[in-house]
Design a protein around this ligand. Structure first.
Ligand code: SAH
Length: 454
């Protein structure tokens, strides 16, 4: 568009929107209209537009490249369109795609990377909503990645003559470590890393693999982080277990090899040692290995053990936090974990039953003004309630159990230390379940929101 004459006929809302986009494209625009909206007026003052304050004439379009008819008046727009087309211009008539021979898409700008979106004139609102979504989803750092590619394009073309090999090199670069560094905002020495990669390239070397230890959250896929989703979509192999919900799994790269390493409570399907080893083996073969975990990998997730092995084997890895079950279930159940009137602290403990008993610091769990969240506590629930009473909590102390938290079939049962165990038994509650103990449970009566929306 640079150096060309571009004309908008009209000075109201339609013209304003079209002008906004054309300015975004770097165009210099003449606006022909007797009157301008205040926004258009301010664009003139900012020198982004030139105003020709009169009605249009057919010879206005001579020598123009693009003409946009956007007067908010259909008949007049159609006439402008016909006159401009007769003058040999490209024509865009607002809201009349059948009279237009070009469209002005909205733009998500990560220059030099651009995403253009159009509804082909059928629904500007839908196009705008989609633009906003893509804009929110696409990290701004893609711009840096684009610029880096621009800087090294020639050098890489010279170094790797074969286009197939060159394409593989680029894929590994952009999808691999360097792409990741930039998307994480760690841009300080990417040029150095890239130059090293170019120098080291010897035609058939294996790519360096990496492990992504990713928290998948409690179940609702909307609770994934942007980074989690990005890594899920670029992995070659995924190791997952029972806690990762189906809707989350469906977002993993369809082409990735899927390995189930789930454990049942008493039946360890794949021993931890073997999982650690699988991660190392795949990464050393140059694969991008996704280790997907329910909730947060560092909260009762053995994430620490897995990356310890990676660290000692010098396999690169990164850890992505997830929303832990306590946070997810509490929010979706309407039970704030802390509250100025009820709880100043919150404990996360595991209620895993071993030899019919749960080994916990009971006096610490029965302190006043505190919420206790118990993971893996379903089987031990009767024992846990009994111990809490034995160590000083009243039998009327509130307690809740959240089953399949944050998923559409979430179920919450509230009761007291003396009633909950039998309520749970009669309701045939489904795993996974989380137990919340404390006065905050009573707030659910007022604050429940999730179930009532269905
Ligand atoms: N790393 C996970 C916890 C793993 S331990 C996290 O941060 O959430 C497994 C326990 O987490 C389950 O036994 C259950 O107590 C709890 N849990 C995980 N997801 C849950 C969900 N959607 N609803 C209820 N409890 C859940």
């Amino acid at each position: 568009m640079q150096g060309r004459r571009i004309i908008i006929v009209g000075g109201g809302g339609n013209a304003e929107r079209k002008a906004g986009r054309l300015i975004q494209y770097g165009a210099r625009v003449d606006v022909i209209a007797e009157q301008l909206s205040p926004t258009m007026q301010s664009c003139i003052e900012d020198n982004q537009l030139t105003h020709i304050a009169r009605a249009w004439q057919a010879d206005d379009f001579k020598g123009a490249t693009l003409v946009v008819a956007a007067s908010d008046e259909r008949q007049s727009d159609a006439e402008v369109g016909a006159a401009a087309e007769a003058a040999g211009c490209w024509v865009n008539v607002a809201n009349q795609p059948q009279l237009s021979n070009f469209l002005i898409p909205s733009l998500v700008d990560r220059s030099p990377i651009l995403v253009a979106i159009t509804s082909s004139g059928t629904s500007p609102v839908l196009a705008r909503l989609l633009t906003a979504r893509i804009d929110a989803f696409l990290p701004h750092s893609y711009s840096e990645l684009g610029k880096l590619a621009e800087r090294y394009r020639d050098q890489i073309r010279q170094k790797i003559g074969n286009w197939r090999q060159r394409r593989r090199f680029w894929e590994q670069l952009l999808n691999g470590r360097i792409g990741e560094l930039i998307l994480q905002g760690r841009t300080q020495n990417t040029d150095q890393v890239l130059e090293q990669a170019i120098q080291d390239y010897d035609g058939d070397s294996e790519a360096q693999g990496e492990v992504y230890l990713v928290g998948a959250g409690p179940g609702d896929p909307d609770l994934l982080s942007f980074r989690a989703l990005r890594l899920m979509q670029q992995c070659d192999v995924v190791l997952y277990d029972r806690l990762v919900s189906e809707p989350v799994m469906s977002l993993v790269n369809q082409q990735a090899e899927k390995i189930y390493v789930g454990k049942q409570r008493s039946d360890h399907a794949v021993p931890q040692e073997s999982i650690n080893q699988l991660l190392v083996t795949h990464a050393k073969r140059g694969k991008r290995v996704l280790r997907l975990k329910g909730g947060d990998p560092f909260i009762f997730g053995r994430g620490g053990e897995e990356i310890e092995t990676l660290a000692s084997e010098s396999v690169p890895f990164q850890v992505v936090p997830g929303i832990t079950a306590a946070a997810g279930c509490a929010s979706y159940a309407g039970i704030p974990l802390t509250h100025r009137d009820h709880a100043q602290s919150c404990l996360f403990v595991t209620g895993h039953l071993k030899d019919n008993s749960v080994d916990l610091d009971w006096p610490a769990l029965t302190r006043a003004q505190q919420t206790v969240v118990i993971y893996m506590g379903l089987a031990g629930l009767p024992f846990i309630c009994e111990q809490l009473i034995k160590h000083g909590l009243p039998s009327t102390h509130p307690i809740a159990i959240v089953s399949q938290g944050t998923l559409s079939n979430q179920q919450v049962i509230t009761g007291t230390l003396s009633t909950l165990a039998s309520l749970v038994e009669s309701e045939a509650v489904k795993a996974p379940t989380l137990i919340i103990v404390g006065e905050v449970v009573t707030l659910r009566d007022k604050l429940a929101w999730f179930e009532t929306r269905h």
